[in-house]
Design a protein around this ligand. Structure first.
Ligand SMILES: *[C@@H]1O[C@H](CO)[C@@H](O)[C@H](O)[C@H]1NC(C)=O
Ligand SMILES: *[C@@H]1O[C@H](CO)[C@@H](O)[C@H](O)[C@H]1NC(C)=O
Ligand SMILES: *[C@@H]1O[C@H](CO)[C@@H](O)[C@H](O)[C@H]1NC(C)=O
Ligand SMILES: *[C@@H]1O[C@H](CO)[C@@H](O)[C@H](O)[C@H]1NC(C)=O
Ligand SMILES: *[C@@H]1O[C@H](CO)[C@@H](O)[C@H](O)[C@H]1NC(C)=O
Ligand SMILES: *[C@@H]1O[C@H](CO)[C@@H](O)[C@H](O)[C@H]1NC(C)=O
Ligand SMILES: *[C@@H]1O[C@H](CO)[C@@H](O)[C@H](O)[C@H]1NC(C)=O
Length: 678
C-alpha cells in the first residue's frame, strides 16, 4: 500500500495534489458537507457536536495557564495505525481521518490536514472547527502566531510528539514570546473521561517457535554486539516503536488494528533488560519464554508500562551511561529526561535496522505466506470476472469478500491494512478506501484497483492489481502498460550493494516520464514478518537506509487520472545477489526477486510497447507463478482458478498480441508457431 506518513515523507504527494478531484466531488455532493457561512449553519447528520467537550477542554487549559493546546493524531509510539483509545483528535473534533493535527485555543479550534481528507473533514466537523488546508508545522506555527497573543503558552502532551516535531514547533515559534510547554497528563483524556475506551486486556502471546527467525537471546546478543562495536560506546538501547519490542522478544498482541503489536517499551542495557508492559497480559508461555532462561547474566525484568519514563530517567542519572535511541520513534517524554551528553541519537535504533534484513528462515516464511496470499487474490479475481458483469459487486462488498478469502488461508490473522477497493474515478485517489457514501458498483466499463494484504503468522503481505473487464481506452492501456514497464524495469535492475533506494527509484518512472506522465507517491516500502505492512527504514525514499541482501520492499508505480481512473501495480520483492558477467567488486551486485505471485491483466497490456527484455522477464515471472501457485491450486482442488492461472500466465509475445487483436483462430495458430521462434 502506498505510504503517507507525516514523519516519513508523504509530502511528495502534495506536489501532485488532489485539488481538482476535491472540487469535483465537492460540488456534486454539497448537501453532505457542512456550511458554516449561513445562519443557522447547515450541518449534515455525519457531524459531531463538539461544543461541550471543547468547553471542558478550555476550562482545563485555563487551569494549566495555556492559551492553545496541540492535539496530534498519533500515539505514544508514533504508530501508523492507532487504537481507538488513542484517537484523541477524532474524538475531540469528529474528524476520523488518519492524519491531521488539531489546535484548540480559548476562542477557536482548527484542524490541519492534507487534501486527501478535506471533504471528509467538511462532512464530519461542526462549525466549532475551522479546516486549515495546510500541514507543515511551520504553517501550524503561523496560525498560532496569529491566534495566540505574545506572552502566552502553548501546551502539548510530551508523550505524543516526536523529537523532530518538538524541534520544529520550537523553531516555528522561536523569538515570538509564545512558548510550547509539555503538559503532564493528556487534557483530551481528562475530558474524554470514562467514555474513553479502556486499555486492552487481551493476551500478549509468544510466536510459535517455527515462526520465529531466531530466539530473543540471539537477537539480544546481536544488538549487544552492535553496542559494543559502536565508537560512541552506548550502554543502553531504548526501544519506543511497538514493532521493535515485538520483534526482539518474538511476542505479538492485538492492541493496534492491522498490526499484531502491543503497548510496550524496552530498555536494553549492558546489565539489565527491562520490558515495560502490563505483566498480567503476558500469556503463560510468553512469560516463561522471557524469564525462564537468562542470557548469560542478563535477565528480563518485566516492569509496568507506565514506569518506562521514570526508569529511563533514573538510569540516565547514573555515571558513564549512554542511551542509544532512534529519533523517528522516540517521543519528547523519554528524550527530555536524558541529558544530551548521555544520548546517542540516530534516526533509527539498531533494532529497527537489524529487523530490516531478514535471515534465511524469515525469507522463506515471507515467501511461503505470499504463495497462500496469491491463492486468495486469484480466487478473488476469478470471482470478480464472473460477478462484475451481473452488477452485483460494489467496492465494499468486494473488499469484504477478498478479506474473507484471505482469512480462509492458513495462519491468516486478517488484513494488514484496510483494503483499498476502488472503481473508476475513486481509484484516482491513491489512498481511497470505500465508505457507504462513496462506494461504486463495479462495472465492466471501468477500471478497478484493489490494494490489499494479509497478516499471516509467517509473513505480512501487500499487493495491488488493477483490472478492466471490458474495453479499456487506448490511453488507459498505454498508462497501464507503462506502469507495468516501470515495475518490470525496477524489478530487473542490477545495482551495487548498499545502493540507496532513492538513487534507483526513477527507473520505475522512466517509462511514464518518457510520455509526460508520473505518479505523486513513493515507489515502495519495507514489510515485516507478521509485523508492520509499512516496515521502516527499508524503501526508496531519501530517509531510507541503503539496500542490502535479505531486505524486502514493495515496488509500486502507478498512474492517476484525476476524476477518471487510477492504476497501481504493486509487488513485494526480495533483495538478492545478482549474477553479473564481470565480478570486479568484492561485494556481489544485487537485484530483486519478485515474491508476489499474481499475474497482471492481459486485457490492459499493450505488448507492442514492451521491449524484448521486458517480455522475456514477464514470461519468466509467469513461469515462476505457475511453478509456485499452480500446484497449490491443484492441491486445494481449485480447478477453475488453476485454469484461470494457466490462461493468464501464457507466454506473451508481440506475435501473440497481433493474433489476439485480429481475433482469428487461423492467425493464432500461425502466431503460436511464431512464438516458438522467439
Ligand atoms: C453555503 O451557503 C451559501 C448560501 O446558500 C452558498 O452561497 C455557499 O456557496 C455555501 N457554501 C458551501 C461551502 O456550500
Ligand atoms: C451542541 O450541543 C450543545 C449542548 O451541549 C447545544 O447547546 C447546541 O445547540 C448544540 N449545537 C448544535 C448545532 O446542535
Ligand atoms: C501564566 O503564564 C504567564 C506567562 O508565562 C505568567 O506570566 C503567569 O504568571 C502564569 N500564571 C500562572 C497562574 O501560572
Ligand atoms: C508450527 O507448529 C505448529 C504447532 O507445533 C503446527 O501446527 C504448524 O503446522 C507448524 N507450522 C509450520 C510452518 O511448520
Ligand atoms: C537492574 O536494574 C535495576 C533497576 O533499574 C537495578 O536495581 C539493578 O541493580 C540492575 N541490575 C544490575 C545487575 O545492574
Ligand atoms: C517504578 O520505578 C520506580 C523506580 O525504579 C520503582 O521504585 C517503583 O516501584 C516502580 N513502580 C512500579 C509500579 O513498577
Ligand atoms: C453502511 O451500510 C451498511 C449496510 O447498509 C450498514 O450496516 C453500516 O452501518 C453503514 N456504515 C456506515 C458508516 O454508515
Amino acid at each position: 500500500m502506498v505510504y503517507f506518513s507525516c514523519i516519513l515523507g508523504f509530502w511528495i504527494f502534495l506536489l501532485h495534489g488532489y485539488v481538482t478531484g476535491y472540487s469535483k466531488q465537492r460540488t456534486s455532493e454539497s448537501g453532505s458537507v457542512r456550511n458554516c457561512t449561513i445562519m443557522p449553519p447547515h450541518l449534515p447528520p455525519t457531524v459531531t457536536n463538539t461544543s461541550e467537550r471543547l468547553s471542558t477542554l478550555r476550562q482545563l487549559m485555563r487551569s494549566h495557564n495555556i492559551t492553545a493546546y496541540i492535539i496530534p493524531s498519533t500515539d505514544a509510539h508514533m504508530s501508523e495505525y492507532i487504537a481507538e483509545r488513542d484517537k484523541r483528535l477524532s474524538w475531540m473534533s469528529g474528524f476520523t481521518g488518519s492524519s491531521g493535527t488539531g489546535v484548540v485555543t480559548l476562542q477557536k479550534a482548527a484542524l490541519f490536514t492534507d487534501s486527501r481528507y478535506w471533504i471528509q473533514a467538511e462532512r464530519q466537523m461542526d462549525c466549532n472547527w475551522e479546516l486549515q488546508k495546510l500541514v507543515w508545522i511551520s504553517s501550524i506555527g503561523e496560525w498560532i502566531l496569529k491566534e495566540v497573543p505574545a506572552g502566552e503558552n502553548i501546551g502539548l502532551d510530551p508523550y505524543l510528539i516526536s523529537i523532530d516535531d518538538w524541534k520544529s514547533y520550537n523553531q516555528a515559534l522561536q523569538d515570538s514570546d509564545r512558548i510550547p510547554i509539555p503538559i503532564d497528563g493528556n487534557l483530551v483524556d481528562q475530558v474524554w473521561g470514562a467514555q474513553r475506551p479502556p486499555p486492552p486486556t487481551s493476551k500478549i502471546y509468544a510466536l510459535p517457535d517455527n515462526f520465529t527467525g531466531s530466539t530473543w537471546q540471539e537477537k539480544v546478543s546481536n544488538i549487544l554486539k552492535q553496542m559494543e562495536n559502536h565508537i560512541k560506546k552506548p550502554t543502553a538501547v531504548l526501544l519506543s516503536g511497538l514493532e521493535e519490542t515485538a520483534w526482539l522478544f518474538n511476542l505479538r498482541g492485538d492492541d493496534i488494528p492491522h498490526t499484531p503489536v502491543f503497548y510496550a517499551y524496552t530498555l536494553l542495557t549492558t546489565k539489565n533488560i527491562s520490558l515495560f508492559v502490563d505483566v498480567r497480559r503476558l500469556s503463560e508461555k510468553a512469560l516463561q519464554l522471557l524469564t525462564a532462561q537468562c542470557l548469560d547474566s542478563l535477565c528480563i525484568r518485566v516492569e509496568s508500562y507506565e514506569n518506562a519514563s521514570a526508569v529511563v530517567t533514573s538510569y540516565a542519572q547514573q555515571d558513564g551511561v549512554r542511551i542509544w535511541i532512534g529519533t523517528e520513534y522516540t517521543t519528547l517524554e523519554l528524550y527530555r529526561n536524558i541529558p544530551q551528553e548521555k544520548l546517542l541519537a540516530e534516526d533509527y535504533s539498531p533494532v529497527m535496522i537489524t529487523k530490516g534484513v531478514k535471515n534465511a528462515k524469515e525469507q522463506e516464511m515471507l515467501q511461503a505466506a505470499h504463495v497462500r496470499d496469491a491463492v486468495a487474490l486469484i480466487r478473488y479475481l476469478v470471482w470478480l470476472e464472473k460477478n462484475v458483469p451481473t452488477g452485483s459487486v460494489d467496492e465494499i462488498s468486494g473488499a469484504h469478500y477478498v478479506d474473507r478469502l484471505r482469512r480462509e488461508e492458513l495462519y491468516c490473522h486478517g488484513p494488514s491494512f484496510e483494503t483499498i477497493s476502488a472503481s473508476g474515478l475513486n481509484a484516482a485517489l491513491a489512498h481511497y478506501s470505500p465508505s457507504n457514501t462513496t462506494s461504486r458498483t463495479l462495472s465492466v466499463d471501468e477500471m478497478y484497483l484493489v490494494d490489499s494484504g494479509g497478516q499471516y503468522l509467517d509473513g505480512t503481505t501487500d499487493i495491488t492489481r488493477t483490472v478492466h473487464w471490458g474495453e479499456p481506452t487506448p490511453f488507459q492501456k498505454e498508462a497501464y502498460t507503462r506502469v507495468l514497464m516501470g515495475n518490470i524495469d525496477l524489478s530487473r535492475l542490477t545495482f551495487p550493494s548498499k545502493t540507496s533506494g532513492r538513487v534507483v527509484e526513477a527507473v520505475a518512472r522512466r517509462a511514464l516520464w518518457e510520455v509526460g506522465l508520473n505518479y505523486g507517491h513513493g515507489t515502495g516500502h519495507g514489510i515485516g514478518n507478521f509485523l508492520s505492512v509499512h516496515e521502516w527504514p527499508v524503501g526508496f525514499m531519501s530517509n531510507n537506509i541503503p539496500l542490502e541482501r535479505g531486505m524486502f520492499t514493495s515496488i509500486e508505480p502507478g498512474y492517476y487520472q484525476d476524476g477518471e481512473f487510477g492504476i497501481r501495480l504493486e509487488d513485494i520483492v526480495l533483495v538478492v545477489e545478482a549474477e553479473t558477467k564481470h565480478q570486479v567488486s568484492e561485494t556481489p551486485y544485487l537485484t530483486f526477486k519478485v515474491i508476489s505471485l499474481v499475474p497482471y491483466d492481459r486485457n490492459l497490456i499493450d505488448v507492442k510497447l514492451l521491449s524484448q527484455e521486458q517480455i522475456q522477464y514477464l514470461n519468466s515471472y509467469y513461469e515462476t507463478i505457475r511453478k509456485h501457485v499452480g500446484p497449490e491450486l491443484e492441491r486445494r482442488q481449485l480447478y477453475e482458478e488453476y485454469r484461470w492461472l494457466q490462461e493468464n500466465t501464457k507466454p506473451l509475445s508481440p506475435a501473440s498480441l497481433m493474433a489476439a487483436s485480429l481475433g482469428t483462430l487461423a492467425m493464432s495458430t500461425l502466431a503460436s508457431t511464431l512464438v516458438t521462434g522467439v
